[in-house]
Design a protein around this ligand. Structure first.
Ligand code: ADP
Length: 292
C-alpha cells in the first residue's frame, strides 16, 4: 500500500500558509518528515489523520481517498499526536481496553487478547496496572504507540515522538518504531535530525510550508558531497564569517564555535572539507543555500 499526497495546501484564518502545494509518495517502512518548528509538519499530519481539512489537494492511501472516506481512513490509521493530552489516573491496561472498545473491538475476550499483545509489544506488561499519570516520558510514548497500533493500522503517524525522552528511552523507542516499520507505513514527523538519521531510509524536508527535499536519505546527503567545509573559529568571529561565507551551522565544541559552510569550491580561509551528514543536508536546505 502506498500513500500519495498531491498538491496539498492549507492556510489558517490568520493568513499563515502552513502548507503550499505539497506532493509526496510514501511506501512501506519508516519515512522521516523533517522540518524546523513551524514548518507545517503537524498541519500535514493532522490532515492525514482526518482532523483538519486542507484548502486544496488530494491524499490517497492505496485505493482510499483520505479526504473523503474518513471512516475508512480511521480504520487504517494509527496516530500518536504531538500532545497526547492529559494522562489520567487509570491504568495502562484499562485505558487500552477502553480505546480498543472505541475502535470497535466489542468482544471482551478478543479485546483482552489485543490489549495483552499490545502491552507485550511495547514492553509495558510489567506496568500494566500502573496509572498512566505516573508514567515516565518513555513509558508514555510506548503507551502512545500501543494505542496507535490498536486495530492493525496500515499507516502510522507519529508526531515529534522523541522530544523530552532521555537517551536510553529514545533508543528503546527507536527500536520499537523500526520493528513496526517493517510491515506498514510509518511517518515520523520531527525537528530532531537524529531521529531521521537513525531510523528513516526515506525522508522529506519541509520548511515554511514547502517541500524542499524528498527522496532517499542517503541520496540527499550524497547531493551535497564535496560542498561542506568546516573550521573552528574564535567566539567573537561568527558574524564575521557569516559575512564572508554561507554558514549553515555553528556549534560549540569545547567552548569554541565549529562552523560548517556550504561552498561548491574550496572556500580557503582555513576551512577543511568534511564528509557531509544529515545535519548538513538539513541546514543547507532550510538556509536555502542548497539547490532544491
Ligand atoms: P510544525 O508542526 O512543523 O511545527 P505547524 O503545522 O504546527 O508546524 O505550523 C505551521 C504554521 O502554521 C506555523 O506558522 C504555525 O504558527 C501556524 N499554525 C499552526 N496551527 C495554527 C492555527 N490553528 N491557527 C493559526 N496558525 C496556525
Amino acid at each position: 500500500m502506498e500513500l500519495t499526497i498531491t498538491e496539498l495546501s492549507k492556510s489558517y484564518p490568520n493568513g499563515v500558509q502552513a502548507l503550499d502545494h505539497v506532493s509526496l509518495r510514501i511506501g512501506r517502512g519508516m519515512y522521516g518528515l523533517l522540518g524546523p518548528n513551524g514548518a507545517g509538519k503537524s498541519t500535514l499530519m493532522r490532515i492525514l489523520a482526518t482532523l483538519l481539512e486542507p484548502d486544496s489537494g488530494q491524499a490517497r492511501l492505496g485505493d482510499t481517498d483520505m479526504l473523503r472516506e474518513k471512516d475508512s481512513v480511521r480504520r487504517l490509521l494509527g496516530y500518536l499526536p504531538q500532545d497526547f493530552g492529559v494522562y489520567p489516573k487509570v491504568s495502562a491496561q484499562e485505558m487500552l481496553d477502553h480505546l480498543a472498545l472505541l475502535k470497535g473491538i466489542t468482544r471482551t475476550t478478543e479485546r483482552k487478547q489485543v490489549v495483552e499483545a499490545l502491552l507485550e509489544r511495547v514492553n509495558l506488561q510489567d506496568q500494566r496496572k500502573k496509572a498512566l499519570a505516573g508514567f515516565s516520558g518513555g513509558m508514555r510514548q510506548r503507551f502512545g504507540i500501543a494505542q496507535a497500533l490498536i486495530g492493525d493500522p496500515k499507516l502510522i503517524i507519529v508526531d515529534e515522538p522523541t522530544a523530552g525522552l532521555d537517551p536510553g528511552e529514545r533508543n528503546r523507542f527507536y527500536n520499537l518504531l523500526s520493528e513496526i516499520g517493517e510491515n506498514v507505513i510509518v511517518i515520523l514527523s520531527t525537528h530532531i535530525v537524529e531521529d531521521v538519521k537513525e531510523l528513516c531510509p526515506n525522508m522529506a524536508i519541509l520548511h515554511q510550508g514547502r517541500l524542499r527535499y524528498a527522496g532517499p536519505t542517503a541520496d540527499g546527503i550524497a547531493s551535497i558531497q564535496g560542498r561542506i567545509w568546516q573550521r573552528s573559529i574564535d567566539k567573537g568571529l561568527v558574524n564575521d564569517y557569516e559575512q564572508r561565507h554561507r554558514v549553515i551551522s555553528s556549534k560549540l565544541i569545547a567552548g569554541r564555535p565549529l562552523i560548517h559552510v556550504y561552498s561548491d569550491t574550496d572556500p580557503g580561509d582555513g576551512f577543511t572539507a568534511v564528509e557531509p551528514d544529515l545535519e548538513d543536508l538539513f541546514f543547507s536546505t532550510i538556509h536555502g543555500v542548497r539547490e532544491c
